[in-house]
Write a protein that binds this ligand. Structure first.
Ligand SMILES: C[S@@+](CC[C@H](N)C(=O)[O-])C[C@H]1O[C@@H](n2cnc3c(N)ncnc32)[C@H](O)[C@@H]1O
Length: 274
């Protein structure tokens, strides 16, 4: 079944077709992906067969595996995903990894543009001494972030606020993290079908040159980042120079740029003067 489905997916141009076929068969069987290999001599009933075929049809239409399954793994934990949020990307784990290194004991964390909650919830799950707040303009994203915080046992240390980048926030925070929408208007047209069709437009682009979210967040920052506190941003390919210049212009010091696993400059952290 996996081989036959993988051939169909590959013929339709799906990258990593055997992996996707295996994950979708596991989904249809209600099993873990590793179990599929261990259970290769089991027979599959008609209900499961139908569920598998339906999942393969959706993948053939370009829908990402995470959206078909309804969840995605991020920083070692399972996050529910819906059409209301950006499908969390592996490169965003860099923001979590570097944020954790900068988080003081019993620190207060702010996640700007929380989406599924993958950044804030991962930080709170890793650090039981920390508390955090997530901001998003999308009520549906906030509802999902709250669901994920509950499911992963950190809801008691998280609060969620609906509003735009300039919303009055009850700081001060020790660490602020943001993976804001950053794709420029010009780049939107060239995006992969999976991204354009399945991630919410508001999560992808602020329009214009793609940098307006950074400008607005940095403008609001003195109201909620404590002096001496840190802020970290994710950004797109070739945006490192522009984003770090905006950070410098906002008065941040000790600016470090970090590369993702593909070697691409992907995140920058700066410190507010004490
Ligand atoms: C790129 S997604 C990041 C989601 C999640 N943090 C992640 O890394 O997967 C950006 C998020 O910012 C939110 N957003 C977009 N414009 C906003 C604004 N003006 N004010 C607040 N949030 C905004 C979107 O709703 C979306 O959830």
């Amino acid at each position: 079944m996996i081989r036959e489905a993988a051939q169909r997916l590959a013929a339709a141009g799906v990258e990593n077709a055997p992996r996707d076929a295996r994950l979708l068969l596991a989904h249809a069987l209600g099993a873990e992906p590793v179990e599929v290999i261990m259970r290769e001599n089991d027979s599959v009933d008609i209900v499961m067969l139908t569920a598998f075929e339906e999942a393969i049809q959706r993948r053939l239409c370009g829908e990402p595996v995470s959206r078909i399954r309804g969840w995605r793994e991020f920083y070692g934990r399972r996050f529910a995903v819906t059409p209301a949020v950006l499908d969390p990307r592996p490169e965003t784990e860099l923001l979590v990894e570097q944020g954790l290194k900068r988080l003081d004991q019993a620190g207060r964390v702010l996640d700007l543009g929380i989406g599924s909650g993958c950044i804030l919830v991962s930080i709170l799950a890793e650090r039981p001494d920390a508390v955090g707040m997530g901001l998003d303009i999308s009520p549906a994203a906030l509802a999902l972030a709250r669901h994920n915080a509950n499911a992963l046992g950190v809801a008691g240390r998280a609060t969620f606020i609906e509003g735009g980048w300039g919303h009055a926030l009850p700081g001060p925070f020790d660490l602020a993290l943001s993976n804001p929408p950053y794709i420029s208007e010009a780049e939107m047209a060239g995006l992969a079908k999976d991204v354009r069709a399945y991630d919410p437009h508001i999560a992808l682009t602020p329009g214009g040159d793609g940098l307006d979210s950074y400008r607005a967040i940095l403008r609001a920052m003195p109201a909620w980042l404590r002096p001496g506190g840190c802020i970290g941003f994710e950004f797109g390919i070739e945006q490192a120079g522009a984003v770090t210049m905006l950070m410098r212009q906002a008065g941040l010091t000790n600016i470090d740029v970090h590369r993702d696993l593909a070697g691409i400059q992907r995140a920058a952290f700066g410190r507010r003067a004490p």
